[in-house]
Design a protein around this ligand. Structure first.
Ligand code: ZN
Length: 363
């Protein structure tokens, strides 16, 4: 990955070479420039995944923020996304000022762009961010994208900040099974499917457990958690490993159909609180998180080894949850706040892909 600052086209400084890591991706990180401006992209490893085969497309997702050492008063003048296959540019899309300003997210919270636990939470300032979802023909073989953001700064004139981001294909190392058995429906999926957008969750799957004939509710009522068929379904370890984090002290949301922030942890209020959850280190550089367990149902503790299929607890409605469901994600580190999301498949699921709205049967 290369970061550069181009000031009126005169200064172009390549700052940082990529460090190759397994899976064909590139380790990326923030780099300082002379002008105090840089781009920070999260996740730091970006992976593309194939869409349903009919269209022959693939998609990927990245958050990009302009970071500045000093507070700046600048307007977004241009956003450009160029795609490369090797050295060949295969596509370029330029958003002029009005479009770029529409897409820009002003003043994103600095905490959202904290790279790791060690990184300071104090500013740099983040005047703008962009969420960029890309969907392209798989035949183009895109493996790198160049994001260029043009800024107009009253004091310093026109500034251009650019970053190259490697787009990898991930080879899953751990064979996973879905964390419950039986029928289910995907209620939210990955970022490229309009779903989870946070760094470690961008390939996460939310699923409700259903009756054998795919009923969601036990009857007419939709008033309490027990009206949902899946509430209390056994949750199991997707693969063997060491439990690195297990939390079971959070209450369930009492009313299905809403995620009441009073039931979120203060630090994750309105921001994806996993509630009761288990994180397992599979010893392969891969970690799974199973979240929103039922209050009082946790069956494991940190430091415990579990076999694939071992009981973790029961499907619940704790944390940032709209109805009893399980959230499962694969990631490259033990802390969901700082890990990168990894694409994942489950060997015991009959569905072709776990997109939103998909019914499936987990054996
Ligand atoms: Zn979720």
């Amino acid at each position: 990955m290369t970061f550069s600052l181009d000031r009126r086209g005169l200064l172009q400084t390549a700052l940082m070479a990529g460090l190759p890591v397994a899976g064909g991706a590139c380790q990326t990180a923030a780099a300082q420039t002379d002008g105090g401006l840089r781009l920070v992209s999260l996740p730091t490893r970006v992976f593309k995944v194939a869409d349903l085969a009919r269209e022959g497309t693939e998609a990927w997702f990245v958050n990009v923020a302009v970071a500045s050492e000093a507070e700046i008063a600048a307007n977004v003048e241009r956003l450009e996304v160029a795609l490369f296959a090797g050295q060949n540019e295969v596509s370029r899309r330029t958003y002029p000022a009005l479009a770029a300003r529409t897409l820009a997210i002003p003043n994103p919270p600095a905490a959202a762009f904290r790279l790791n636990e060690q990184a300071p939470s104090a500013p740099p300032f983040f005047p703008f961010a962009f969420r960029i979802v890309s969907r392209e023909r798989a035949a183009l073989n895109v493996n790198r994208m160049r994001i260029t953001i043009g800024l107009g700064d009253a004091a310093r004139g026109d500034l251009t900040v650019s970053a190259d981001i490697d787009i990898g294909v991930y080879e899953q190392r751990t064979a996973l099974i879905f964390p419950f058995r039986g029928a289910g429906i995907v209620t939210q999926a990955g970022a490229a499917n309009g779903g989870h957008r946070n760094r470690s969750g961008q390939f996460a799957v939310d699923a409700m457990a259903l009756s054998p004939n795919y009923a969601v509710q036990t009857g007419e009522a939709f008033a309490v958690n027990n009206d949902l068929v899946g509430f209390g379904r056994d949750l199991i370890a997707p693969a063997a490993g060491m439990v690195v984090s297990a939390r079971g002290d959070r209450p369930d949301q009492p009313v299905p159909g809403e995620s009441n922030e009073d039931y979120h942890l203060p630090e994750f209020r309105g921001a994806g609180d996993p509630g009761n959850h288990v994180i397992i280190d599979h010893g392969t550089g891969e970690f799974t998180m199973v979240a929103h367990l039922m209050a009082g149902s946790l069956r494991v503790a940190a430091g415990q080894r579990v076999a694939q299929g071992a009981p973790l607890g029961r499907l619940g409605n704790s944390g940032d949850s709209f109805a009893p469901h399980v959230h499962v994600q694969l990631m490259d580190g033990p802390r969901w706040e700082f890990a990168n999301a990894l694409p994942c498949r489950f060997s015991n699921v009959n569905a072709q892909s776990l997109n939103r709205g998909e019914f499936f049967m987990a054996r």
